[in-house]
Design a protein around this ligand. Structure first.
Ligand code: NAD
Length: 520
């Protein structure tokens, strides 16, 4: 049954638009349409599909200002973040995949190692999965679903997009932009609603599910998908550590931690939520970051002149409230924040000092403007602390010694490590993105991520018509055949002396094998 969603600007509380949800009964027709359109789309040459991405890029550039307004209004984020975090990486993604897809998805030859097989050629042929579903969250309402959608399209798939019920307008806009850019109608269809319609989409058996969201929902989806063996790619939560070494410039270190923790109001899967700072600089670091927090502007009625945006999803407040309460109950001290503002939903930028009491805010994902500061003595201790988490999405290392930073990076069990940068890796679509442990599995973006959107077919054939013959290892099995292969092991895998020793017997048996054996 259809119902209505009232989409509100989370920063002002004003209604932007009321839209109807998609009823479950409509899904079979939506899938049928996608099936029909995808068949033709898959026949379009790869080069032309890549060209369509550049058409889409032009279209987005034309609507750039409207899109920034939409993203900012629907999500409650500052306009600069809508542009720099959502829009610009989306444009970069179009540039990237319009070029890289030609290389990555074109047929590829694979040289075969065994000399007996030199008469054959193997190649990989990449073909579309069919209909894929993209289920996305609200924190990057445009960028996150958009990159999945364009990767799916360039690979020849149709997409059923289910944006978050909190930010459905960006999802609808993605469909509209694709149609305006000339992608066939029905190739991208946006389904509106909450988790129930998300689950109903999976019941329609899409070829693959690309899910971004919370760990609990990810587990639920993986379980449902496993019933029908539908492959799932899961991008889930994070609890990213930032390791700040004593050799770091303190002004730089306090700025990177400030942005890493509070950009997008902390609602980034790759936000810094655990600040690990070396003991010798901890006091000065805290002093500086506290001072910088006090300078952050919060101006919800003017998203062009604010550093901090809104808490987008009101239910997130419950998580933040619980973590604050837990820290207070455990007598942790608050370097900054810890209180909700007058609007009752926005939390002041909050930095909690760890007191060894297993704070929830140190262990569980906050997904809001909270980080816990913990000190360490040695690098070994920092690495151990960083790795001690059920999440493993990404991490940052702050140091003026870049080679030491890289050594530490290689000891961190996580998907991405940024040295002297923070939280921006999901926006680099040239590089793979994805975590381990409770942060999910599978890679997004990059050449590797593009391959998640295709079936891979291996094709093997003789190099030429003249080389169509019965293979040596077919029936009948015989002693000549056995000795030929046995001597071959020596010829190809042993010393020169052993090779020469094996050669006469190899040749003799090989000739006998041909002369005396009639292949079946
Ligand atoms: P969520 O799990 O509540 O919802 C995500 C999406 O799943 C929504 O569209 C929702 O309607 C849908 N959904 C809910 N139940 C479903 C079901 N049973 N079947 C199908 N679909 C269902 O997450 P959220 O609150 O929207 O997003 C916040 C979470 O997303 C955080 O944990 C954050 O870390 C994570 N996230 C991860 C990444 C990443 O790249 N790893 C990026 C952004 C956000």
């Amino acid at each position: 049954m259809e119902s209505q969603i009232e989409v509100k600007n989370p920063a002002t509380g004003q209604t932007i638009q009321k839209i109807s949800t998609t009823s479950v009964e409509k899904l079979p027709a939506i899938f049928q349409k996608a099936r029909e359109v995808q068949k033709d789309w898959a026949q379009i040459p790869l080069k032309k599909r890549c060209k369509k991405l550049t058409d889409l890029r032009e279209c987005i550039v034309t609507h750039c200002d409207d899109l920034i307004d939409l993203i900012s209004n629907e999500n409650g984020k500052p306009k600069i973040e809508a542009m720099v975090h959502d829009l610009i990486p989306s444009l970069d993604a179009l540039t990237n995949f319009s070029k890289s897809a030609r290389k990555v998805l074109s047929d590829r030859s694979i040289p075969l190692i065994n000399p007996v097989l030199k008469t054959k050629v193997s190649k990989l042929d990449f073909w579309p999965l069919g209909i894929v579903t993209v289920i996305s969250p609200w924190n990057y309402p445009f960028f996150l679903p958009f990159t999945e959608v364009i990767m799916a399209l360039v690979a020849g798939n149709a997409v059923i997009l289910k944006p978050s019920e909190v930010t459905p307008l960006c999802g609808l806009k993605i469909q509209e932009l694709c149609e305006e850019a000339g992608f066939p109608r029905g190739l991208v269809q946006t389904v509106i609603g909450d988790g129930k319609i998300g689950a109903a989409i999976i019941d329609q058996k899409p070829a693959k599910i690309f899910f971004t969201g919370s760990v609990n929902t990810g587990k639920r989806i993986a379980k449902q998908a496993s019933e029908c063996l539908i492959p799932v790619n899961l991008e889930l939560g994070g609890k990213d550590p930032m390791i700040i070494l004593s050799d770091a410039d303190l002004d730089f270190a306090s700025s990177i931690a400030l942005w890493g923790t509070f950009a997008n109001s902390g609602q980034i899967c790759a936000s810094t939520e655990r600040i690990l700072v070396q003991e010798s600089i901890a006091d000065e670091f805290k002093k500086r970051i506290k001072e910088k927090v006090s300078q952050l502007k919060f101006n919800p009625t003017n998203m062009k002149d604010t550093d901090l945006g809104a808490i987008t999803f009101k239910n997130q407040k419950t998580v933040l409230e619980k973590q604050i309460k837990d820290a207070k109950n455990k007598n942790a001290s608050f370097l900054t924040g810890g209180k909700f503002r007058k609007n009752k939903i926005s939390l002041e930028p909050t930095l909690i000092e760890d007191n060894g009491a297993d704070l929830e805010a140190y262990i569980e994902e906050s997904f809001g403007p909270i980080a816990v500061i913990k000190t360490f003595h040695s690098i070994d201790e920092a690495v151990e602390l960083a790795n001690r988490s059920k999440y493993a999405l990404s991490a940052s290392v702050v140091t003026s010694n870049l080679s030491l930073g890289e050594d530490i990076a290689k000891r961190l069990e996580t998907g991405t490590v940024l040295i002297n940068e923070v939280a921006y890796a999901p926006g680099l679509t040239e590089t793979p993105w994805g975590g381990l442990k409770d942060s999910g599995y599978g890679k997004r973006h990059s050449d590797i991520g593009l391959l998640e959107f295709v079936n891979i077919r291996h094709i093997n054939k003789p190099i030429s018509r003249a080389l169509i013959f019965k293979s040596f290892w077919w029936f009948p099995y015989s002693p000549y055949q056995y000795i030929t292969f046995r001597k071959m092991i020596a010829i190809y895998h042993k010393s020169w002396f052993d090779k020469l020793k094996a050669l006469p017997l190899f040749l003799w048996n090989f000739v006998q094998f041909f002369k005396k054996e009639k292949r079946l």
